[in-house]
Design a protein around this ligand. Sequence first.
Ligand SMILES: NC(=O)c1ccc[n+]([C@@H]2O[C@H](COP(=O)([O-])OP(=O)(O)OC[C@H]3O[C@@H](n4cnc5c(N)ncnc54)[C@H](OP(=O)(O)O)[C@@H]3O)[C@@H](O)[C@H]2O)c1
Length: 292
Amino acid sequence: MILLTGATGTVGAALLRRLTARSTPVRCLVRDPRGLGAHRVRVQITLGDLADSASFRNALRGVETVVHLAASIRDQPRASIEELNGMATLRLVRGAERAGARRFVFISALGASLQSPTRFFRSKALARAAVEKADLQTTVFAPSIVYTPGDPWLTLLERLTLLPVMPISGSGRSLYQPIWAEDVADCVVAALDLPGDGRRSFDLAGPEILSYEEIVRTALRPLGRRRPLVHVPLPVVRASLRGLERVTGHSAFATWEEAELMEEPMTTPRGTADAEALGVAPLRMSAVLGGP
Ligand SMILES: NC(=O)c1ccc[n+]([C@@H]2O[C@H](COP(=O)([O-])OP(=O)(O)OC[C@H]3O[C@@H](n4cnc5c(N)ncnc54)[C@H](OP(=O)(O)O)[C@@H]3O)[C@@H](O)[C@H]2O)c1
């Protein structure tokens, strides 16, 4: 039995499709099963929340492998970014050890370190350290930006094109190697098929290095909407988004913590090598999104 967290997310949905297609027994820890769509009749469901570690105990019963994808890039009403990513992962690891699981698969983020300027990256680094110290076989993936058509991030960019100019937070010069969620899911499935032994880690990157500004242009091209890009200085972005959060609370369309991630470079000198070692040849962003 695999315990999958984050099954309703961008990578989780792609992974769940693959696991159910091969009839792998899966239990999904979810806050709301409706997010699983039609898959909810093909899996075991355990209600849980990263903010509630007591919910992990039932979820972990009889589980051999944990695939932990759930994470948050913004504070939630019940817990902070640090609790949702760092503490929750540590508690899930401890729970998995106690429950007699054999293997723990985790997705960190490329470049995340305890010295990173952003809270999300620091929390991912803490989580990775907890996983890698676990008394379990571990597999850690560190992807660059992950996307799929229609995901919340590309949808936000699409909505912003309704404005006469396209606002870009900060310099837009940080570099990424965007990788399609379907390619990430293929890598996870391939890693699950490897003999479970020891500790493995994989950097996951797409085949091209793009600045954030180039990524936005690539995402806009298939929409056929040309907009001048306007760089908004970071102090202005921070003040505006902090002000917005004070008014709208946790439902803000964007938060400062999300915006500042666009200043965190996410590249690896390994390029696509780790994905290819798993038998996956990641596609270019323009090949996935299409456009002229
Ligand atoms: N997307 C990227 O660019 C990127 C880059 C590097 C690393 N990663 C990592 O890759 C993994 C998968 O990313 P993704 O893009 O698929 O994430 P995503 O689309 O944002 O999905 C997040 C998942 O976590 C779940 N979740 C959030 N808060 C939760 C809570 N309090 N309790 C239980 N579940 C909760 C969400 O469930 P709900 O349906 O309940 O919201 C959703 O299933 C994550 O660990 C992410 O940090 C992503």
